[in-house]
Design a protein around this ligand. Structure first.
Ligand code: MG
Ligand code: ZN
Length: 538
């Protein structure tokens, strides 16, 4: 009897406690804001590189060696996401972003369409219809696959001129990235009026094939225009179109080298995200904001190990801003995920330069040195990778710009060694410069139309970006010294890690092994938005 009384008291107590402890999501049945981060190409191995560097580089690059990535992980829940298209094994960025943005299976290389080819409303469009404010931020181009897949619908991700036009029609309140070339009318290069408006660090070369001036269209739709850091900082509450480069924004190595410079004219990813959040945060009906650290993928495509580290460092700065911003907030769901892994990257053990025997103090080793059969990678490698001061693609394009007589083995060695912590042999340089017949030649194909291509010894079918592939050979030449391997110049099917931060009752709905379409549907539902889906997720 007494036990029953205690039990019922306990139940009463827990019921009333639950009532008081109800979180924002339980109380309202929806969340007010969503921040959706897509690290392009940010697979688990890319995360592990950041963590290893933070913990074990010789210098302490992070306060107490704690990354913002792990702070977010500690603050939220973790899940794993499959990203494949409905009918394929591997995904590209537009299909993956579309599956997140629409909750429907999509097709490779299409934007905002389901896998039947029908227009599918994105979370950004649904949010806008319900009076939420919306924004897109990327360190690539605003018309590039990932941001495009939230605010346009097109049969091809490459149709960036049309994507630019449609994005303005859909009209996210905030759009910050590169990609001016798709907004300028053709033949803008010497236009004095445009030159007066756009600072000199940005080329006015247009990609458009018509006279449509999308900057004018944007102004007429009440967008404030920003082309550099200063003008972005001066923007007021309201719509902003910020285009800070002709094409892509600068890479992660540039970011590391320039982020502290006071005269820097191009805003960083973190700065763009910060302006977006300040602008959207007091929106009465809430907001949806997608932010993309987009060039992790590009480092992956080029198998550029040094650049990859700097891209991850740039992404971690964004994570720091978001971690701070989320503190004490109950009304927001933060999702940090990736669209796929790029490059099949990993640190790997090898037979190269097997580490010398060392003394260890353990009982079992009494009188004996410890020796391993393989080289498991030395932490000092991380510092060497960090010190790479130019991307392999830029190193190669430097050489290609030299006059023929300058393109000697000695000059190349000197150039590469001045930007990387490794010495190059004659054999290495020859390997870097070797070409061979393109086995996959197709005259009508954007990237396969070269008859001769940089020579890749194995898995050549996965190295299909023409001359850019030359930069990938650095990974082959340096891999054993960096304890790093790359499997492909394209994407892999590796499931990606997802972090959700927000009310516990909501983040627990994201637990487990999910498909990207499910993440899309759950996020749409979390904002209290309604959508009818056509397909059943397998
Ligand atoms: Mg992208
Ligand atoms: Zn990619």
């Amino acid at each position: 009897m007494q036990n029953a009384l205690v039990l019922s008291l306990l139940i009463l107590l827990s019921v009333s406690c639950n009532k008081e402890n109800k979180d924002y999501y339980q109380k309202n049945g929806k969340i007010k804001n969503v921040i959706f981060v897509i690290g392009d190409g940010m697979g688990p191995q890319q995360l592990s590189m950041l963590q290893l560097f933070a913990k074990h580089s010789q210098e302490e690059h992070f306060k107490n060696r704690v990354t913002n990535l792990e702070k977010l992980m500690a603050a939220g829940s973790l899940s794993t996401v499959m990203t494949n298209p409905g009918k394929n094994l591997v995904v590209d960025s537009s299909c993956s972003a579309t599956q997140y943005s629409t909750g429907e299976y999509s097709l490779p290389e299409v934007v905002g369409l389901d896998h039947h080819g029908e227009v599918s409303k994105t979370i950004l469009e649904l949010a806008k219809e319900k009076g939420l404010k919306t924004g897109l931020v990327s360190d690539t181009r605003i018309t590039h696959a990932t941001p495009a897949s939230f605010a346009s619908h097109n049969t091809s991700r490459n149709d960036e001129n049309e994507i630019a036009r449609e994005m303005l029609e859909v009209g996210p309140d905030i759009m910050l990235s590169g990609g001016l070339r798709h907004f300028l009318p053709q033949n803008s290069t010497n236009d004095t009026e445009l030159r007066g408006l756009i600072p000199s660090h940005i080329s006015l070369k247009s990609k458009r094939k018509d006279d449509i001036n999308l900057l004018e269209v944007a102004s007429n739709k009440n967008y404030q225009l920003a082309f550099d850091k200063k003008s972005l900082e001066k923007t007021e509450k309201g719509k902003i179109l910020g285009l800070f480069e002709n094409s892509a924004m600068p890479d992660g190595i540039w970011h590391t080298q320039n982020k502290s410079k006071t005269d820097r004219v191009i805003p960083t990813l973190k700065e763009m995200a910060s302006v977006a959040l300040k602008n959207l945060e007091d929106s009465e009906n809430g907001f949806f904001l997608m932010i993309e650290p987009g060039q992790i993928d590009w480092a992956g495509h080029r198998n550029d190990t040094g650049l990859l580290l700097h891209e991850m460092l740039r992404a971690d700065e964004l994570f720091g801003l978001l971690h701070e911003w989320m503190k004490g907030r109950e009304d927001t769901l933060l999702v940090v995920t990736a669209d796929h892994e790029t490059g099949g990257f990993g640190f790997s053990y090898s037979g190269y330069d097997v580490l010398k025997p060392v003394k260890v103090t353990g009982e079992k080793f009494k009188g004996e040195d410890y020796r391993s059969n393989y080289n498991y990678g030395d932490f000092s490698t991380l510092d060497k990778i960090y010190k790479q001061s130019r991307s392999t693609q830029q190193l190669m394009s430097d050489v290609q710009k030299w006059p023929k007589e300058k393109q000697t083995i000695a000059n190349m060695k000197e150039h590469f060694e001045s930007h990387m912590q490794y010495s190059f042999s004659d054999k290495d340089i020859k390997k870097l410069m070797r070409s061979s017949k393109n086995e996959f030649y197709r005259p009508d194909h954007k990237n396969l139309k070269l008859k001769e291509v940089p020579h890749i010894e194995d898995f050549a079918a996965f190295y299909t970006y023409g001359n850019i592939t030359r930069s990938n050979i650095f990974a082959r030449v340096l891999g054993h010294k960096q304890s790093a391997v790359w499997a492909t110049a394209s994407h892999t099917s590796t499931p990606v890690t997802m972090i959700t931060v927000g009310p516990k009752s909501l983040t627990q709905e994201f637990n487990g092994l999910l498909h990207s379409t499910e993440v899309g549907r759950k996020t749409i539902k979390a904002l209290g938005l309604k959508k009818e889906y056509k397909t059943i997720i397998k």
